[in-house]
Design a binder for this molecule. Structure first.
Ligand SMILES: [Zn+2]
Ligand SMILES: [Zn+2]
Length: 112
């Protein structure tokens, strides 16, 4: 009885992909052609906005507002929230009270 060579499996899979490359590519191409409009928009959003916002929010989740913090704008110690002045730097976080935070976003109309 011959042992099954573990490389056989890999080779077979690669073989399959090679043989069916046209089929796989054709299927992908058809889907992309059909959804080209959406893919372009989605790629743009994903590549520009999402990674930084997601990263910033992931970082923010683990950063606690230090005790005895005050709002960086008005000095209030109440209803403090974390604000990202710059999403390209997720570690840059401002502590702002809810009022100032809301006001700031109304001025900027971006991010969270
Ligand atoms: Zn404030
Ligand atoms: Zn904010």
């Amino acid at each position: 009885m011959a042992y099954k060579n573990p490389n056989d499996q890999k080779r077979n899979s690669r073989e399959w992909q090679r043989k069916n490359k046209d089929r796989v590519n054709a299927k992908n191409k058809k889907w992309r052609d059909k959804n080209r409009k959406y893919i372009a928009v989605y790629d743009k959003i994903r590549n520009t906005v999402f990674p930084e916002i997601l990263k910033a929010h992931n970082v923010a989740r683990y950063i606690k507002i230090p005790k005895n913090s005050i709002c960086e704008i008005c000095g209030s110690p109440n209803n403090l929230e974390k604000h990202h002045p710059d999403y390209s730097d997720p570690y840059l976080i401002q502590i702002l009270c809810k009022d100032c935070h809301t006001r700031l976003h109304k001025l900027k109309e971006i991010g969270k």
